[in-house]
Design a protein around this ligand. Structure first.
Ligand SMILES: Cc1cc2nc3c(=O)[nH]c(=O)nc-3n(C[C@H](O)[C@H](O)[C@H](O)COP(=O)(O)OP(=O)(O)OC[C@H]3O[C@@H](n4cnc5c(N)ncnc54)[C@H](O)[C@@H]3O)c2cc1C
Length: 604
């Protein structure tokens, strides 16, 4: 086993080849190679990173090393005044888990139960519990840290898995002032983190994906790859990408691999058992389409031989569209996040770094803030009834879904089956926003139940994941309900910052700014500048749903109509949960590994 940059020392063939050594790919690679008789090759476009950039929590929010991320461009967004956007994606061993902002949170129980209701038995909150625990250990902070920071959390939802979650020893003083706005003025209590009961409506502390002792990042690379690196049956090929999966009579026989910087260097490797796609929600659909698995008309237009007509490949794109409001605090506490970026002598950031390196304390132990508020429709408005009614009386899906849906009517049926569930959740107590804040004057409102949908479709037969990236259309803010909720979000943000508890900070609004008053003005500001169509959580583009509903994989993650091909990454989620995806994906990948090993057998 070992790390390879070229092909000389690879085996002639493997039992399993995994496309993508990111979060989910490495979980599955580790679990499959627990059996010494099974050989696995992971093919990863990026390389290893051993710098402090990916290890120190403070850097997570301002990761400078763009070399570790894809910059995936979008099309001009019709509903956002034709603005274009860049989506950052992990591009290294560990994928997103090595570069993300480290929030390690789970969704509401009902988010997962919705997956089960869409036809995926065993994927609900109850079925996933075992896998949340199998993946993650909570490194419980010391009593002193817990008391000093007033942390509240549950422990039963964690097990003794490879990935570590913890609560850092440091919070900026103003974080507590901001929390006071919720608890003293807006009527919320700080509750436990929800890891045990899936109840997170309201305000809670967010754990980070870090080791509690060293306060360094815990990623799929550190947690799942490193401990398995010496297994003779596990190989990883870096700086190379999977271009295509080759099939014969609808059965996978191997993969075409190409070197990242030298197109002339490529190899076709046979596979005995399965190819497992884990290249993430943008590149997994790209590989499928290039392999002839996707909408027949799209493939034919590019002269690709159709192996399996599956229009769901690249449809159903979801994310957490984010409203970023900005304020300015005229009188913040003397210790606040901006002191770290000021250029005085001696540099405050240098001393904070030394404090981290010497004592594992101080602001460098904390990523971007640790508090979140999950808010339902009735937390956002006192008169939700007419908005709920609009979900049922509103325009038909053809009017707001991408043209690609109208061209492939199965997708519309699938969307309707999702709406049936999601509308009910919205009318109940589903979280519509995950609001997060650090101790600075920015607040992020991540929309958690977007009703608009996007697409990821190849435009050429060039398989290069970076130079020939697929066409990403977020399709955001197309559904009138998404817009109405966005307007309510801005109102909520203002109510929060205007709360009496914050009077001592003397906040003034920078963006959207005091000139933006009426609902129509707020909507225009959303479309023109405030609204970003993603929150770094792309998913759902090869959904686990029935085939007639635009699904791509069945409940055992097998691609419909193809033998020996599964998808295990963020693409398989049918609906996005309210939390950032990493904790969820660790559990999904753990369950995927059990399914592949035959430990979990789905009946019927
Ligand atoms: C900047 C940023 C901040 C985030 N913040 C948070 C957060 O705070 N909390 C949270 O829960 N989640 C967060 N996320 C999301 C989370 O990290 C991702 O959801 C998760 O990593 C997705 O896992 P995955 O296995 O589906 O894909 P990834 O982890 O992205 O792995 C895919 C891998 O495949 C490789 N690849 C792509 N194409 C090919 C190919 N053709 N052949 C071979 N390899 C290929 C890529 O290089 C990558 O390493 C963030 C993500 C980013 C990028």
């Amino acid at each position: 086993g070992g790390v390879h940059h070229d092909y000389q020392l690879l085996r002639d063939s493997y039992d399993y080849i995994i496309a993508g050594g990111g979060l989910t790919g490495l979980v599955v690679a580790n679990r499959l190679t627990e059996d010494a008789n099974v050989t696995v090759l992971v093919v990863e476009y990026g390389d290893f990173d051993d710098s402090w950039d990916t290890a120190i929590p403070y850097y997570a929010d301002q990761l400078q090393n763009k070399v570790l991320m894809f910059q995936q461009y979008s099309t001009e967004q019709l509903n956002l005044e034709n603005r274009t956007f860049t989506l950052a994606l992990g591009m290294n061993v560990g994928g997103g888990s090595a570069v993300n902002e480290m929030a390690m949170t789970r969704g509401q129980a009902q988010d997962y139960d919705a997956w089960e209701e869409l036809g995926n038995s065993g994927w609900g909150w109850a079925g996933l519990q075992k896998y949340f625990r199998k993946s993650t250990t909570l490194d419980v902070p010391s009593d002193e840290v817990k008391a000093k920071n007033k942390y509240k959390f549950s422990t039963a939802g964690y097990g003794n898995g490879p990935v570590k979650a913890t609560f850092p020893p440091w919070q900026w003083p103003d974080a507590y002032t901001l929390n006071d706005a919720w608890t003293k003025n807006l009527g919320f209590e700080i509750r436990e983190d929800g890891a045990t009961d899936g109840k997170i409506l309201g305000v809670s502390w967010k754990p980070i994906s870090a080791d509690g002792k060293n306060l360094t990042r815990s990623s799929a690379r550190t947690a799942y790859y490193d401990p398995a690196a010496n297994r003779p049956n596990l190989d990883i090929l870096v700086e190379n990408y999977v271009a295509r999966v080759s099939t014969k009579d609808s059965k996978v026989i191997g993969v075409d691999i190409i070197a990242r910087i030298n197109l002339e260097r490529h190899i076709t490797l046979p596979v005995h058992k399965e190819v497992i796609l884990a290249a993430g929600a943008i590149h997994t659909p790209q590989i499928l389409q290039l392999s002839g698995i996707g909408a027949a008309d799209l493939l034919e237009s590019l002269n690709i031989t159709v192996v399996q007509d599956l229009p769901g490949v690249g449809a159903n794109y979801q994310d957490h569209p984010t409203i970023k409001m900005e304020f300015s605090f005229t009188s913040p506490s003397s210790a606040n996040p901006s002191t770290l970026t000021s250029e005085t002598d001696p540099l405050p950031s240098e001393s904070a770094l030394n404090t981290f390196l010497n004592n594992r304390t101080g602001p460098f132990t904390s990523a971007h803030g640790n508090t979140r508020a999950v808010l339902s429709l009735s937390n956002l408005t006192t008169s939700p009834a007419s908005l709920i009614q609009s979900l049922y009386d509103g325009p038909g899906p053809e009017t707001f879904l991408p043209q690609y849906y109208a061209d492939h009517p199965d997708l519309i049926e699938g969307y309707k089956s999702q709406s049936f569930i999601v509308n009910r959740m919205i009318a109940g107590d589903a979280g519509l926003f995950e609001v997060s804040w650090a101790a600075d004057s920015r607040i992020n409102l991540a929309a958690a139940k977007p009703l608009s949908r996007g697409t990821v479709l190849i435009e050429s037969t060039n398989p290069h994941p970076e130079e020939a990236a697929p066409r990403l259309d977020f399709g955001a803010l197309a559904h009138p309900f998404d817009t109405a909720v966005g307007v309510l979000g801005v109102k909520l943000g203002r109510k929060f910052v205007g709360a009496p508890a914050l009077a001592g900070l003397s906040p003034t609004e920078v963006s959207p700014g005091p000139g933006v008053v009426t609902d129509a003005q707020v909507e225009a500001a959303l479309r023109g500048s405030l609204f970003q169509p993603h929150g770094n959580n792309p998913c759902c583009t090869a959904a686990m749903m029935p085939q007639g509903y635009g699904g791509v994989v069945d409940e055992e993650l097998r691609v419909y109509g193809i033998k020996g091909l599964r998808v295990v990454d963020a693409s398989v989620l049918p609906l996005i949960p309210v939390a950032g995806l990493q904790a969820t994906l660790y559990a999904v990948a753990e369950r995927a590994a059990d399914v592949i090993k035959g430990v979990v057998v789905t009946e019927g």
